[in-house]
Design a protein around this ligand. Structure first.
Ligand SMILES: C[S@@+](CC[C@H](N)C(=O)[O-])C[C@H]1O[C@@H](n2cnc3c(N)ncnc32)[C@H](O)[C@@H]1O
Length: 319
């Protein structure tokens, strides 16, 4: 997340005449109904944090007009934005966030592709999936995918993106409640000698953890570390701890009423959550701003302690 001018306190509006269009087909992501879904977003009555799902959705659907070199070609998002009937232009005014989302989408795609190249029959999970659709890019023809989020979001998702492929599934989950790994039916690291042949899992949790309390994030990381089979990966986005409590100053998150509760004072904190965890990769969005971005981040580093906005890949095998 980048520093912004004071927020404009605008909310995404429902368009007066939502477009009626058949969704484009992409993996199992072809949206279900041909019927128009006016005011669908309003009818969902999403609370503050769940309502933030519109921000990355808008960026993936329309953000490439500002950052063509980061275009993710998300045909599902493009279709969904039209079907939701929401005016997402206010989200697109927040260009630093649009850039963050497109950059992280590319990072997740890259991480997912290299994981599934090595494990073409393994499973992937999007924790706090919102209306994202990574399987359109990561379907190997033999792997599985699970999209999971809070019940109110999954109700909306089921209506818009019902499961069409037998290798994909939906689940409701609250990752602040311990035991989510088992409740989601994910493959578990077995005791010594029993774990041979257990497929690793690729997990993406993007745009989610910053809304949780620090102790809840630690518990999520620990549960991944304790349960995930060897070779599993957890890809997350992170903000500096200096952003905590400052969501009101954020141009697109501010108007939703959501707050940032978790940030890192150092990237090393991530792997410190559990001895089995290793920080395999860290990235900063400053790379998108060329040398001025890198220089500025270096100057601010003693205060920030971590990227303003970055990505981390955690693994459980020390590889
Ligand atoms: C900014 S949206 C990101 C959605 C999606 N990951 C994306 O990038 O498009 C934040 C998402 O986190 C989900 N979320 C927040 N707290 C959660 C929790 N405790 N358990 C599961 N999902 C949660 C919200 O419901 C929402 O869909």
């Amino acid at each position: 997340m980048q520093p912004h001018p004071p927020p404009t306190r605008r909310r995404a509006r429902t368009a007066a005449a939502p477009a009626q269009r058949n969704p484009e087909n992409a993996g199992d992501g072809a949206a279900a109904s041909d019927a128009a879904t006016p005011c669908l977003l309003q009818r969902a009555h999403l609370r503050a944090v769940p309502s933030t799902l519109l921000i990355p959705l808008a960026a993936r659907a329309r953000g490439s007009r500002y950052f063509p070199w980061l275009a993710c070609n998300d045909v599902v998002a493009t279709s969904l934005v039209e079907r939701l009937g929401a005016d997402v232009e206010p989200c697109l005014d927040d260009l630093p966030t649009v850039l963050n989302v497109l950059w992280r989408t590319r990072a997740i795609k890259d991480a997912g592709r290299s994981f599934f190249l090595a494990h073409p029959k393994a499973g992937g999970v999007s924790l706090g999936c919102g209306l994202s659709h990574h399987f359109q890019w990561l379907d190997t023809g033999a792997n599985q995918w699970l999209d999971a989020d809070l019940p109110e979001v999954m109700d909306l998702r089921r209506e818009l993106l019902p499961v069409r492929c037998p290798r994909t599934r939906h689940a409701t989950v609250d990752i602040t409640q311990p035991g989510w790994w088992q409740r989601l039916g994910l493959p578990k690291e077995e005791g010594e000698g029993d774990g041979a042949g257990v497929q690793p899992v690729f997990i993406v949790c993007e745009g989610v953890l910053m809304y949780l309390q620090p102790a809840q994030v630690q518990a999520v990381l620990r549960e991944f570390a304790q349960c995930a089979p060897e070779g599993s990966r957890l890809v997350i986005d992170v903000m500096t701890h200096r952003a905590v409590g400052r969501a009101a100053q954020h141009a697109s998150v501010g108007p939703t009423g959501a707050e940032f509760h978790w940030g890192v004072g150092s990237m090393d904190e991530l792997a410190a959550a559990h001895p089995r965890l290793a920080l395999l990769r860290q990235q900063s969005v400053s790379e998108c701003y060329g040398w001025p971005g890198v220089v500025l981040e270096t100057l601010w580093w003693p205060w920030l302690g971590a990227p303003l906005y970055g990505m981390a890949t955690l693994g459980v095998d020390g590889a």
